[in-house]
Design a protein around this ligand. Structure first.
Ligand SMILES: Nc1ncnc2c1ncn2[C@@H]1O[C@H](COP(=O)(O)OP(=O)(O)OP(=O)(O)O)[C@@H](O)[C@H]1O
Ligand SMILES: [Mg+2]
Length: 319
């Protein structure tokens, strides 16, 4: 599937989980990929049992309810989330489900809290109230280890944040090797597989500044994927890119969706939300103002706030 036609930039990583076997996702097909992305990280399980008990953020393979494909619970459930910065209440009562293997586009005006929400999910922010369930486990439980959750939930930001003095392959293998103790050989095999996945195997020895912005963002995505996250969060990953480079990154996101990756994508790229996403969620006033299929949201929005937002987008020629 081809993604949209406009712009963006990506960038950063989140989870790296180097202890598991890795294989290139495009080599195994969609169903295999689904199985693969559903597999919980091996390291997380022991950490859960040793330090955090059953409320730990990462699921146990032995619990049937935690299989990404079982039990009927969405991979991610956000329940009555509240997040404020001082007196600025950004998320006031936000509830949202992201089912397995769906691509959910998060849209809304600038300042509506899209990035804040993604950071809360990745436990980069402390929430005031509400809960976030990952595979049925409440990851807002204070006993949950954030690093463990971040091995399962990858995040990519607008800025690439690649180390300029390191090769592309070293950037990708750094976390598996340094954080997760994977051997260089195994990490490089995984890293090369992932570079092939994003179409950049020939750039493994290049330095980031020898790559285009779109290529750098694809490297950043590969860096997040090498940890085999169950869930990927993308925060305006094309917004720092020159317009002509946006398409290649959005196409990669569309391919990941085809592979069965579960994705929550904050974006101003309405064409992506419309053409690629399974569901579109519109944020306003600190809550989900409206959500539905792309067709529902773009062709028949019912909330006046959605209607106003889309009218502005239309008037700006961005839809
Ligand atoms: N670290 C922070 N400290 C204080 N306020 C913050 C912080 N991060 C975000 N905010 C505030 O939270 C609100 C939501 O910001 P956020 O970046 O989540 O919006 P957004 O929907 O991602 O916007 P954009 O579309 O421009 O990226 C804004 O009012 C912002 O000023
Ligand atoms: Mg943002």
């Amino acid at each position: 599937m081809s993604a949209a036609n406009n712009s963006g930039t990506v960038s950063e990583v989140g989870a790296s989980q180097g202890r598991r076997d890795v294989s290139a996702s495009d080599a195994v097909g969609r169903q295999a990929r689904r199985d693969e992305v559903a597999r919980p990280p091996s390291g997380a399980r022991s950490e859960q049992s040793e330090t955090a008990g059953p409320a730990s953020g990462v699921p146990s393979e032995q619990s049937g309810t935690l299989s990404a494909s079982g039990a009927g619970a969405p991979l991610l459930r956000i329940s009555h989330l509240r997040k404020a910065y001082g007196s600025n209440v950004v998320l006031r009562d936000l509830s949202l489900d992201v089912p397995d293997h769906q691509c959910v586009a998060l849209i809304g005006a600038s300042g509506s809290g899209k990035s804040t929400l993604l950071r809360c999910i990745n436990l980069l922010e402390v929430v005031e109230d509400g809960q976030i369930f990952l595979q049925g486990k409440d990851i807002t439980d204070p006993r949950v280890d954030g690093d463990t959750v971040r091995t399962t939930v990858g995040i990519v930001f607008q800025s690439f944040n690649l180390f300029p003095h390191m090769t592309v392959l070293d950037n990708i293998t750094l976390a598996p090797r340094r954080v997760h103790g994977v051997s260089r050989r195994a990490a490089e095999a995984d890293g090369m597989a992932m570079l092939e996945r994003v179409g950049l195997a020939d750039k493994a020895s290049a330095k980031p500044d020898e790559l285009s912005g779109g290529q750098q963002q694809r490297v950043a995505i590969a860096r997040a994927l090498v940890g085999k996250p169950l869930l990927m969060l993308f925060d305006e990953v094309t917004s720092a890119l020159d317009p002509e480079l946006v398409g290649e990154v959005l196409d990669l996101l569309a391919e990941l969706r085809e592979d069965g990756m579960t994705m929550l994508v904050a974006t101003h790229e309405m064409s992506f939300a419309r053409q690629v996403a399974d569901r579109v969620v519109f944020l306003a006033d600190g809550e989900v103002a409206e959500q539905g299929s792309p067709q529902q949201i773009f062709e028949g929005p019912t909330d006046p706030r959605t209607q106003r937002f889309l009218r502005r987008i239309l008037d700006g020629g961005r839809l």
